[in-house]
Design a protein around this ligand. Sequence first.
Ligand code: TTP
Ligand code: MG
Length: 366
Amino acid sequence: MENLETDGLRKIIHVDCDSFYASVEMLDDPSLRGRPIAVGGASGRGVLCTCNYEARKYGIRSAMPTAQAKKLCPDLLVLPVRMPRYKEVSARVKRIMQRYTDQIEPLSLDEAYLDVTGQQHLHGSATLMAEAIRREVEHNIGITVSAGVAPNKFLAKIASDWNKPNGLCVIPPEKVPGFVVQLPVDKIHGVGRVTCQKLNQLGLHTCGDVQRYSKLALIERFGKFGEHLYQLAHGIDSRSVRTHRERKSLSVERTYSRDLSGLDHCIGQLPRLIEEMNARLQRLNTRAPIRKSFVKVKFHDFTSTTMECCVEEPAPGIYEQLCSDAYQRGNRPVRLLGVGVRFDTGEASSRQLSLWPLPTDDAALL
Ligand code: TTP
Ligand code: MG
């Protein structure tokens, strides 16, 4: 359902903190400023969560093994993760954003979409509101954030990355066509490395190249994903800013310090897991009806399998059966067991699905 008019009328801001965990560390210990630091696992097999921009000059990135990062920069200081502190800072950033709108969709601790359409602050200018948020976060909290302003979520997110760190990029509606025409296809949500290669092989490097194909031609070639490509390549994205995320599932899992040696051993662990899952289910304030139960088994060689079935009320016997079926698939010692339920999120989720047929996957084009 494309809706150019609605798209043009909305004012979306995407806010993303710069090198978030590392910035909080530098805030709490200013002596760290100006030197390369990272946050993550310092042990031999550790992985980095993120690093500051000084460290990025050495080619260090999020999710890089710490050992590799140390080779690139022997002076790198790797600090442990302090999640409660990042949550605190995140809550303060959120309070600043709330002064401008209550239409806020957090994506993670350091990132959110804001819909400021119709807000009266600062003469209704989304650009001025984004600037004000950036200024207030820097002055009141002491970290920097980048922001993107655009008529929709897709473009606002790209914009916030455009002038990072500590930058602002505004794509007003009249500049959308000129902006997307030169935009590389790998900026499109759902286009990963494999899809990008595939598109490049077809001569499609920018959204402008994709625009030369009709919607029908793209659907014929790429299925549902073709519609997604068509829309975003034209800068169209009608997703609204969702203030309440609907929970799709709930699960409890445990990794055992010693592998579980057989099926009986696994089944013996189920009651504890189910009890914890039920306790968590009771603590949920609102939720959709349960649609499925599932059991996840990860074997000692890190292969994993999930068995699920449709249920209205998850009874313990169902988990035993699912656990047994999952176990037979590998028939090896088990390092992790999980039990869970999936909720019937109904219309909202199927609508979402049709809009975003392939959220982050390359599979459709393989
Ligand atoms: P990002 O916003 O992706 O990264 P960043 O804020 O560190 O850097 P920037 O936005 O300036 O590029 O992620 C936010 C936080 O999430 C990040 O500080 C640490 C955490 N994180 C991980 O733990 N693992 C990851 O692989 C990534 C990408 C982020
Ligand atoms: Mg960030």
